[in-house]
Design a protein around this ligand. Sequence first.
Ligand code: GTP
Ligand code: MG
Length: 413
Amino acid sequence: MASRPEDELIGDEDEYEEDYEEEYEDELEEVEELELAAEAAAGQAAAAADPQDDEEVTEGDEDDDEGSTEEEEESEDDNEVAQDWTGLRLIPEANQLLDILAQLKQDGRKQLTLLLLGKSGSGKSSTLNSLLGEKAAAVSAFKLQPDTESSTTYLRQVSLGDAELDGFRLKIIDTCGLEDPEAGDTVNYTALQRISEDIKGVPIDAVLYVDRLDLYRVEPLDKRIMQSISETFGRRIWQKTLLVLSHGNLPLPPPGTTFETFSERRISLLRKAVRGAFFKPALPAVIVENSEACKVDSDRCRILPDGSRWVVDLWGAAGDMALGSKPYSWRKGMGRKGGSSLKWLIPVVAYGQYLAWKTLLQPRLQKEEDKQAEADAAAWAAKAQERRRLGIGPPLQPTPENAWRLEQMYDDD
Ligand SMILES: Nc1nc2c(ncn2[C@@H]2O[C@H](COP(=O)(O)OP(=O)(O)OP(=O)(O)O)[C@@H](O)[C@H]2O)c(=O)[nH]1
Ligand SMILES: [Mg+2]
């Protein structure tokens, strides 16, 4: 089942946020654009400042140059040996999958690159095997030893004797779990850093953020992992991300829920954990069931409890993500730490302060000054009248300049 944002069931507590989003949609988009542009600029600046990265800067620092990075990557891939995609012949949903690959090919693409991210045991490697139709990656219920590799790349090539599609490549990058298995409930920052180095300059068509469907809560560790992904890869990575929810069979939805309502709620909670007040990536969601016990329909296509064909939906969502916008590509300095994301706010706040002074404070101060000047003039006029009555000359009223000088002298004393 591919659940899109517009299908999302909105709970009561989400209503205020949704209203707010609708009312300020344009402003939010504008701010988001500005933030992402600032992020990209910061990445480019950092890459330019790092002499070791000179090559990457010239290859891919501008949007316009992204094509050249892609070409570079593709030519690199051309030299990599891609195994025949044997699993493609075995996938029951192959016909629909070939349609999606044909669309990508028509769009001028020679390769689809997917990156899997998520906690350990969430089902990344199992999802990879489902996508390939092969038991390519090792899958285990228990983690017995820490990962030795931060990422493993699987490269396959279509060879079906179909002139149209043969040669099309599928690259899937599987990664290790993002929590630290030895330090307990903490984020594996080293793994994140290594993954980012592994994918440096590789154009990613879609990121699959894998988590389990059958959980009630988004834990603090999950939120920290999401935050760390933003910090390491830059928030724009979420704009190329699909939420993939494994264990989609959900044999016993919790009391008071159905498969549909439980799933919608879970997806909504995950989206909320990624999104911020000014950052609303779409995060299309797909539910998957990787186990062999997954039900199938009369065409042997694997289905979820609601009858939807999840393999087709997963491929469809990945294809849409690839066709929807330019690939994501990590470059040094793209991520950011701490509050630096709010740097763009400095000029905005300064301008706000200036406006507040100009429109509120300054007119009030001016009014006070005018009042004081009026009172002074009245006092001097009274003094002059009194002196005239006594037959003596007018009082020596200091000019504004003299008054200022006297004031300075008085201060110095
Ligand atoms: N029932 C069911 N089990 C699943 C599903 N996806 C994964 N599993 C099981 O969950 C366990 C972990 O799956 P993996 O695919 O190894 O998880 P991973 O995210 O690759 O884990 P790490 O490699 O440790 O990061 C294995 O026992 C899988 O068989 C699913 O959709 N349904
Ligand atoms: Mg794995």
